[in-house]
Design a protein around this ligand. Structure first.
Ligand code: MN
Length: 266
């Protein structure tokens, strides 16, 4: 009996009509049976939000690639909602791989925690499915072709080799042609933060409101960071996980006195 083709779920946070998800879906078609379940509206920077207080609807969506029609649903929710709903209700079986992207703009350093693109892939990892997040390091327009080639290469390898439970790959592709890229580096997230300078304005009723206007600061001059790889023309691949426990500090915390003296029985 011929092996069943892998089922590949595609999602994103830029919305189902974004150019990046079309490039990604087309790149996955040679690898398996592709289903798209993506947010109806852009959900960039929603992080791992899920929808609990409103209904979520899934609309069958016309989604056409160079290889013909692809089964697709537009969901009135977040990227994490899309992956949860797809796996529970919309897909014919559990997917073999979830790929999120191709995001318009990088998702490196601290931005991983704000990223809806990464969260779609993280949700898959939580549910025990191999997953990749792919981001193209350009904020507007450009050519998603090189990122799609990289995505296909890494997805093929992931289908062949598999990932350990709970670990997913966060891939960032520089805004260069394939020929101009220097290669692929395995990286860690750079230590970084946004320093916010909220713009304060007045609404027509003279009430103040605020608009976020932050500046990104790279605080990491160490080796092997995602930002360094991208700045020097390499594709960055970071293995990430959702377990936020500070494992290295568990023993130290154990030396604190956290129980009352009465309950320690002394
Ligand atoms: Mn986005």
């Amino acid at each position: 009996m011929a092996a069943r083709r892998p089922l590949i779920l595609i999602s994103n946070d830029d919305g189902i009509d974004a150019p990046g998800i079309h490039a990604l879906a087309a790149a996955m078609v040679p690898l398996g049976e592709v289903h798209v379940v993506a947010p109806l509206l852009e959900q960039s920077a929603v992080g791992h939000a899920i929808t609990l207080r409103d209904p979520v609807r899934a609309h069958p969506w016309p989604f056409r690639g160079p290889h013909g029609k692809i089964t697709a649903h537009a969901v009135t929710g977040t990227p994490a909602d899309c992956v949860k709903l797809a796996i529970d209700k919309l897909l014919p079986r559990t997917p073999d791989l979830v790929v999120s992207g191709i995001n318009q703009g990088p998702n490196a350093a601290v931005n991983v925690i704000y990223s809806g693109t990464v969260s779609a892939a993280t949700e898959a990892a939580i549910l025990g499915i191999d997953a990749l997040a792919i981001s193209y390091c350009r904020w507007v327009g450009g050519d998603f072709g090189p990122s799609a080639v990289i995505a296909q290469r890494i997805a093929r390898q992931t289908l062949q080799r598999g990932l350990p439970p709970g670990i997913l790959l966060n891939v960032n592709v520089p805004d260069l042609s394939l020929q101009a890229m220097k290669g692929v580096l395995i990286t860690r997230q750079a230590r970084s933060r946004w320093e916010e300078a909220y713009s304060e304005r007045l609404d027509p009723f003279e009430r103040p409101y605020y608009w976020m206007a932050g500046t990104f600061v790279n605080l990491d001059d160490g080796e092997n960071t995602d930002l360094q790889a991208l700045e020097t023309g390499y594709v960055s691949v970071t293995p990430i996980q959702h377990d936020l426990t500070a494992h290295d500090w568990l023993d130290e915390l154990g030396t604190w006195t956290l129980e009352s003296e009465a309950s320690t029985g002394s």
